[in-house]
Design a protein around this ligand. Structure first.
Ligand SMILES: CC(C)=CCC/C(C)=C/CC/C(C)=C/COP(=O)(O)OP(=O)(O)O
Length: 580
């Protein structure tokens, strides 16, 4: 694994134990761990830019109608495709640009047939066919044994050298191997083998293929944010004159454009909502991150489809509130204030004697007002009970954040990485966010909600992944911020690791968490619907998107281009306009 080594020298880590920066002019100074976050990179951009939402009704209606025609056409093509390879390639070509949601029923039917007819038979299919079938079925949470790859391996459990001549096969194997579960060593071997051969091939193939290989190696499909991948993939697909399906390409571009209009409306609405909470007028951005657009982008990775619009907006409100709370605990409140604040959260009421300063009062009001809005939304659907669970989760999170603040105040260093993770895999609140992803999905049952809030293994995987990636990514920033102990400093102390060794160890644990998550998805597929499991996998993908190279939520410049690609820059669909 490639690791970017940007860690500070170990001497800086000692700062992590010193909790406060002093602010204030007189004797009675309050000691606050102010983080000095940078202001929003977007400001009111999505509110005040009228060109983003201007569209002729006539043009819009035409595009919707054309989309419907194209969907019908492609459905016919899927039905008529000869043989399972052709069908699987079409399914893959529908998934990558993000239009598969129009074909859910048809794809499920086809994959069920493929599973029944092909999966167990020992055919002499080529590597591309075998790997594509393995990936598509596992992505749909159907177990396929990895032994199907034995045919391509030698007696020493290494891939046969001739596999390295099969570019298409290697690309498919590489993507398939990221669906692995614990113990499937041959899939680790597949990743090493294909990566090293693909890396050396890049220099010897035509530019279009080189771009395709580089795109694949940058991040495997399993871990990509699907909307961003759609945008990047459409331009790669467009160049592929040999395999390209023009109807599908037109559909992909039109659909992306139509959804982009919806997403722009939503981010505008969320930006107005955020301004109304009052943080922007009070200029709190140095200690409360002003990241509504980045938060929206995060949730767009969890679901982008139009039918999830309401769920998406509800979830954006929750991530925003979690972000504000996390900052109140990590970069504003003193321990005494936080204890009072936590008590107020437990009783869900602010009393005069709580003596919280106006910024913490603002945070408290933001939480209460947002919960009220979410309740109003839930009441409309007769699902008020869903908010009770969320309240309970927020109360628990507040207790855990106080615990973390205590560790910070005392300069406490956990005795083991397990002790660190025991608390810190929950203080990312990723499991709370995972719960929130279900708030606005009508079909989710009460049993499923109860299961999610019981912190089952898949939530533990998400929590661990989010904590380890967060700690690995922002350790330098955190160390400068005199923050709590991170997984990096913990490994350095417990195992005597250097900074680089600690980072490698942690990223290895992230790989394990992904395998556990893959395995959980297969296990749970009989009891938990895929529209629930997909949310959790997508949340994991967003950790890869936001945190793989740095903490791009806190220092958000690296997200500027991806956000612009999804919400600002129009996709070239000039052919559609010409037709009007
Ligand atoms: C930690 C994490 C990846 C959380 C993801 C889900 C979530 C609730 C996002 C909201 C924003 C947030 C708290 C980001 C992490 O900040 P931070 O780096 O200051 O988190 P920390 O205080 O827990 O280290």
């Amino acid at each position: 694994m490639e690791v970017v080594n940007s860690g500070p020298p170990p001497s800086k880590i000692k700062n992590a134990m010193k909790p406060c920066f002093k602010v204030g002019k007189n004797e009675d100074v309050t000691c606050r761990p102010i983080a000095n976050f940078h202001p929003s990179l977007w400001g009111d951009y999505f509110i005040t830019n009228p060109s983003l939402s201007s569209i002729h009704e006539e043009q819009y209606e035409w595009m919707k109608q054309r989309t419907t025609e194209l969907i019908k056409l492609v459905k016919g093509q899927l039905k008529d495709a000869r043989g399972s390879l052709e069908k699987m390639e079409l399914i893959d070509a529908l998934q990558r640009p993000g239009v598969a949601y129009h074909f859910d029923v048809e794809i499920n039917e086809e994959l069920n047939l493929i599973r029944r007819n092909d999966a167990s038979s020992d055919t002499d299919d080529d590597l591309h066919t075998v790997a594509l079938r393995f990936r598509l079925l596992r992505q749909h949470n159907c177990y396929m044994p990895s032994d199907i790859f034995n045919r391509f391996m030698n007696d020493e459990s290494k891939f046969k050298e001739e596999v390295s001549n099969d570019l298409e096969g290697m690309l498919s194997l590489y993507e398939a191997a990221y669906l692995g579960i614990p113990g499937e060593n041959k899939l680790d071997e597949a990743i090493d083998f294909t990566r090293s051969h693909l890396q050396s091939l890049v220099k010897h193939v035509e530019p279009r293929l080189a771009r395709k290989i580089e795109h694949t190696l940058e991040t495997p499909l399993r871990r990509r944010m699907n909307r961003l991948n759609a945008r990047l993939y459409i331009s790669i697909y467009e160049e592929d004159s040999e395999k390209r399906n023009d109807d599908l390409l037109e559909l992909a571009k039109l659909d992306f454009h139509i959804l982009q209009l919806l997403h722009r409306e939503e981010v505008k609405e969320m930006s107005i909502w955020w301004n109304d909470l009052g943080f922007t007028t009070k200029h709190t951005h140095t200690f409360i991150r002003d990241r509504i657009v980045e938060g929206y982008f995060w949730i767009l990775g969890v679901y982008f489809e139009p039918q999830y619009s309401k769920a998406r907006m509800m979830m954006v409100k929750v991530i925003t509130i979690l972000s504000v709370m996390d900052d109140a605990y990590d970069s504003y409140g003193t321990l005494r204030e936080l204890q009072l604040f936590t008590l107020a959260i437990q009783r869900w009421e602010l009393k005069e004697e709580d003596e919280l300063d106006e910024n913490l009062q603002l945070v408290f009001m933001a939480i209460c007002n947002t919960m009220k809005e979410l309740e109003d939304e839930a009441v409309k659907d007769g699902k008020l009970y869903r908010l009770d669970y969320l309240k309970r989760e927020l109360k628990k999170a507040a207790m855990l954040w106080t615990e973390e603040a205590k560790w910070r105040e005392e300069g406490y260093m956990p005795c083991s990485l397990a002790e660190h993770l025991d608390l810190s895999a929950k203080t990312t609140a990723y499991h709370v966010l995972a719960y929130a992803s279900l708030l606005g999905i009508e079909e989710v049952t009460r049993e499923t909600l109860e299961w999610v809030t019981s912190f089952p293994p898949i939530m533990k995987d998400l929590g661990t992944m989010s904590r380890l990636m967060d700690d690995a990514a922002d350790s330098e920033f955190e160390a400068k911020r005199a923050h709590v102990v991170t997984a990096i400093s913990c490994c350095m102390k417990v195992y005597g690791d250097t900074w680089e060794e600690a980072k490698l160890r942690i990223l290895g644990m992230v790989e394990d968490a992904w395998k556990n998550m893959n395995s959980e998805c297969l296990h749970l597929s009989n009891t938990i619907p895929s529209y629930v499991l997909d949310r959790f996998v997508n949340l994991a993908c967003m950790m890869e998107t936001v945190y793989r190279t740095s903490d791009a939520y806190t220092e958000s410049m690296p997200l500027k281009k991806p956000i612009s690609l999804l919400l600002v820059e129009p996709i070239d669909h000039s052919f559609t306009v010409e037709k009007i």
